[in-house]
Write a protein of this length. Sequence first.
Length: 269
Amino acid sequence: MSNRVLGCTGNMMTRAENLKGHAIRNETGEAMGPRIIILLGAPGSGKGTQGALLSARYGVPTVSTGALLREESKKNTPSGFRLRQTLAAGALVDDQVVFEAVAARIRTSSEARDGGLILDGFPRTVAQARMLDRLLASMGMAAPLVLHLDVPREVLRTRLAGRRQCATCGAVYNLRSGRSGRGSRCEIDGGALVERDDDSEGVVERRLAAYEAETLPVLEYYRWPERGGCYRRLDGNRGPAEVTKELCGIVGFLGATGDDSVGDTAVAA
Ligand code: ADP
């Protein structure tokens, strides 16, 4: 197993002997080294669903900036209030605010330092990508592996219009893809299935516009040949199980082994 498989630069194998905990492991059970996996894609492209599955399969945590920010926005503080307004408008949160939240997770979590982390929803601007590069370099961590879930805009609109979430446990359902819970209740805990505030029609359009203006340039940033080919595009307009299979193929190509039973019942979000 080598980090040259994807042509990425970095030092992940040189640190391998020192690694422990939640590391992604190669075929002989040896930890591969700290690795940040970035799931990039538009709202509704399936990042959340696939992130959860990859986490379960490879034992590395996922940090979802959307979930972190939604949690923060519930606080009865001035910053909580500002966040609520930004999220409700479908706009992006300030780069520095999001970066600090993610950086705190990367700096303090032993999993991130020892084994890696999956980022869902970060970076979303080129400024954030640069901040992340500087942080990883300062920590001596390898360049991130960027997995782009590409889905046409019309499909995203349809998916987001049908997305429902359990108010209790956060499980995601889709009214149009067949997995719609028990009537209007969650299959896991019976919680009510609700639409996320920012999935309403007008807000979805603004989120898609923000993606095109701010995040498409991030794809270009990671595609620069100088970055050594750490970018992979996947066709996200397929059944979730097919997407999971290809994602696991790429991560497994890096030498990771995981629990094969995870991912059989994946759903698109
Ligand atoms: P989606 O990807 O479906 O838009 P998320 O749950 O990832 O949903 O994000 C919800 C909202 O949180 C975004 O619309 C944005 O306001 C905010 N957000 C999440 N991640 C970032 C980020 N990296 N930078 C700025 N804002 C963010």
